[in-house]
Design a binder for this molecule. Structure first.
Ligand code: SAH
Length: 246
């Protein structure tokens, strides 16, 4: 059966053009129209000047998905862009749910470099062993479940990577998360954070868990809490695989 339209759901990585995959670039080049949150469209538009760009504000995720689906249903090749990877706290699941009865639509998901990985590379090698990724946003997830997952991961001595560590409305969430983690992890555990990965004003810092507890972050920051083996080497955060004699 021939499909009538094509929709790419594209993870554009952390922000810079260089951090996009070649497959993501090719999908956007092939698209006639690109849909996305204003900030992400601003990040890519200079590289795709002849494309029609449709933007929607943040928090209008369903509207944005519907817009992308409608464009593709017109028979066009459309792309919806997400930061990092579109499947990691992103829109690809929502697109597949909302388009479940659109049998004529071909939907292709293009993976991107998620913040855990791009920020990890800035810090050094914090994710060298088993790790858990937890979002502190309770917009769509009950706080009790977030706290249970923090406890379980900390108890299992996982490296923990935190997305959405805080926002204006949730200023003390990171502090609370650190307090929970400290029930199981030593306060001297090596931690790190990276703000604005791959964008202008990228900043990173390595510190102890106790220091992290008293640090203010924002929604453009990704946070890393090490395991009991994580060390600081020349200012960088390293979680060893476990090789001897290094
Ligand atoms: N789909 C995205 C994640 C969206 S959730 C991805 O795969 O990366 C939004 C959270 O991701 C932010 O609160 C922050 O914790 C993290 N994040 C996304 N892009 C970032 C960047 N450029 N710099 C730092 N953190 C980022």
């Amino acid at each position: 059966m021939t499909k009538s339209g094509k929709l790419y759901v594209v993870g554009i990585g952390p922000g810079s053009y260089e951090d996009m995959t070649i497959r993501a670039i090719k999908a956007l080049e092939e698209s006639e129209v690109i849909v996305g949150y204003t900030v992400y469209i601003d990040l890519i538009k200079e590289h795709f000047p002849d494309k029609e760009m449709l933007t929607t504000p943040m928090r209008k995720e369903q509207e944005r998905c519907l817009l992308a689906i409608e464009e593709a249903k017109k028979g066009k090749t459309a792309a919806m862009v997400c930061s990092g990877d579109s499947g990691v706290y992103g829109m690809s699941g929502l697109i597949l749910e909302m388009a479940r009865s659109e049998e004529d639509l071909e939907i292709q998901i293009i993976p991107g470099v998620t913040a855990a990985l791009s920020g990890g590379a800035v810090l050094g090698a914090p994710l060298g062993h088993d790790f858990a990724v937890i979002s502190l946003s309770d917009l769509l997830t009950p706080m009790e479940l977030i706290e249970d997952r923090l406890r379980a991961s900390a108890q299992a001595d996982m490296v923990i990577c935190l997305y959405n560590p805080s926002s204006k409305k949730r200023a003390d969430y990171l502090k609370r998360a650190c307090e929970i983690v400290m029930e199981y992890k030593n306060q001297s555990t090596i931690c790190g954070l990276v703000k604005n990965i791959g964008r202008e004003e990228e900043v990173m810092a390595v510190m102890t868990l106790e220091e992290l507890r008293d640090t203010q972050t924002d929604m453009f920051t990704t946070v890393y809490i090490g395991n009991s083996m994580t060390k600081m080497i020349n200012g960088r955060m390293v979680t060893p695989r476990g090789y001897k004699n290094v």
